[in-house]
Design a protein around this ligand. Structure first.
Ligand code: SF4
Length: 191
């Protein structure tokens, strides 16, 4: 099975506990004003990976778990569920623009929900952005679907958000949820 991906990054620490393998999926039709990743919107953009290839990358990364952001994860639920299964079912955090209640009504969401430990749900709303950890805006909920990340879920929104940078030969990647002020400062940096 194939999956369309915008980016992957290993050893991220700002989107969940421990050292995590970040997967940013490609494709989102929600177009939230202020979205910090509009380059993930095009459903035909990004890069096609085999699910087994992505799982191998995780298994060789030394990371403790997987965080899936986007883009919209639930536009490719079967492929993501397969990546997680082939990765040995590590701890999984998923960001989605859907509400949990909406996902429960979608049959196609079930395989991915079944392997998700912590769901950060709801569309990003710019005017509710408050610079707090784990979520982009205060309407978003951190819902533990298993016991694995219950403490992490309880801590969402209680601390200042953090960001981190990953420097590669051809790209500098910002990971985390910057406040509007931080995002403006980052945009002014002459890389
Ligand atoms: S759901 Fe996420 S990726 Fe999609 S437009 Fe909204 S903030 Fe951007």
């Amino acid at each position: 099975m194939q999956i369309r991906i915008h980016a992957v990054e290993k050893n991220i620490t700002t989107l969940g506990p421990g050292r995590r393998f970040g997967i940013w999926v490609q494709g989102c039709d929600r177009k939230c004003p202020g979205c910090m990743s509009p380059e993930t919107w095009n459903p035909k953009g990004g890069t096609l990976y085999n699910t087994s290839e992505l799982a191998e990358m995780f298994l060789h990364s030394g990371c403790d778990g997987i965080t899936i952001s986007g883009g919209e994860a639930f536009l490719q639920p079967d492929a993501l569920a397969e990546v997680i299964r082939l990765s040995g079912n590590p701890g999984v955090i998923i960001y989605t623009g859907f509400l949990y209640e909406e996902l429960l009504l979608r049959q196609d969401a079930a395989p991915l929900l079944a392997v998700c430990d912590l769901l950060i749900d709801g569309a990003f709303i710019q005017k509710l952005q408050d610079g707090k950890n784990l979520r982009g805006s205060s309407n978003q909920r951190a819902l533990p679907l298993t016991d694995r990340y219950r403490e992490t879920a309880a801590s969402a929104g209680t601390m200042p958000a953090q960001i981190e940078f990953f420097l590669h030969d051809n790209v500098t990647r910002l990971v985390g949820i910057p406040s509007p002020e931080w995002l403006e400062r980052v945009k002014k940096i002459n890389w």
